[in-house]
Design a binder for this molecule. Structure first.
Ligand code: 2AM
Ligand code: CA
Ligand code: CA
Ligand code: CA
Length: 283
């Protein structure tokens, strides 16, 4: 394997190091969860590994940058309102780390090897570093604002596909039955007949990394939080792709309903979701 580091710059090296250590630990715990709990619903899972890994990453980051703000999924009360409030508060600091210790907890719990660590650094509202690490495949995706995106030293690039009908599309089903499930069913019904295939892997961050790497042509999901998206969004943008909300408006760190693609099929995805009233927004 090529070294993980894109440049010698401190922030990126710290993010990569934390993601690598965290990922190694998560992988070693697969199949050995001791404390399985739930959050907003019986489908919204959390384990001692999610909490422990978040503490580990927090320590690794704050040792280097004690003045920075650390926003981690497991340190925020569950629910959209608490997430928005935590983001507002964290935004007051110039430097904000946004971390999802395990993205794809349900997969992790079941031993379905599709989960990752996601670490982003936001500087004055701009995502400047994005790191996503898949410990199962030992794949480290790294993006730096203005400097491109890489996996183990090799630049990642979105696909060149221009036809929706030849596209492989990823989506996600967050475990929110009241809000997300009806929206997702409508979206799936609209998009599935128009494309080559649809995949729902269960990790928003890893799906975004796969858009960046050209492994899928596009991806959409509603009801996400900043820690699911921030790192992956920079990966997609630095790989030549496009990210917006489900109505086609520019992505912002508070965007919850997201479309990411190679750019060429973006308009098709957005208009399909809009015409099916599957954007997650009240139209
Ligand atoms: P997680 O594994 O970190 O919780 C699956 O479609 C995606 O939804 C995953 O990225 C998953 O992240 C996320 N997710 C899980 N529970 C959620 C919830 N209650 N609300 C919003 N997103 C959630
Ligand atoms: Ca979670
Ligand atoms: Ca997540
Ligand atoms: Ca998580």
């Amino acid at each position: 394997r090529e070294p993980y580091v894109v440049s010698g710059k401190g922030h990126t090296a710290v993010a990569i190091n934390a993601a690598a250590k965290a990922g190694e630990w998560i992988k070693s715990r697969q199949g050995q969860v001791k404390d399985l709990g739930t959050k907003t619903s019986a489908q919204d899972l959390v384990t001692e590994v999610d909490k422990g890994v978040e503490q580990m990453i927090r320590r690794l980051v704050l040792t280097h940058y004690p003045d920075h703000t650390f926003l981690g999924e497991e340190s925020v009360e569950p629910g959209a309102a608490a997430a928005a409030a935590a983001l507002e508060e964290a935004r007051e600091n110039e430097y904000m780390w946004i971390v999802d210790p395990v993205d794809g907890t349900t997969n992790f719990v079941h031993g379905f090897p599709f989960y990752c660590v996601s670490i982003a650094l936001v500087v004055r509202g701009e995502i400047t570093v994005g790191v996503i690490y898949d410990p199962t495949r030992d794949e480290m995706f790294v993006a730096e604002k203005g400097k491109g995106a890489y996996m183990h030293g090799i630049p990642t690039a979105v696909s060149g596909e221009t036809n929706l009908s030849d596209s492989l599309i990823a989506m996600g089903f967050p475990p929110d039955r009241e809000f997300a499930q009806p929206v997702n069913m409508a979206g799936l019904q609209s998009i599935l007949p128009q494309v080559r295939g649809v995949r729902a892997g269960g990790s928003a961050a890893l799906h975004l990394a796969y858009v960046a790497a050209g492994r899928v042509d596009g991806y959409w999901e509603v009801g996400l939080n900043p820690w699911d998206c921030a790192a992956g969004v920079l990966l997609v943008l630095e790989s030549g792709g496009k990210v917006s909300d489900t109505l086609g408006r520019p992505y912002d760190i508070g965007t919850r309903h997201i479309v990411a693609s190679n750019g060429k099929i973006h308009e098709g995805l957005v208009s399909s979701l809009t015409s099916a009233d599957a954007t997650g927004y009240k139209l």
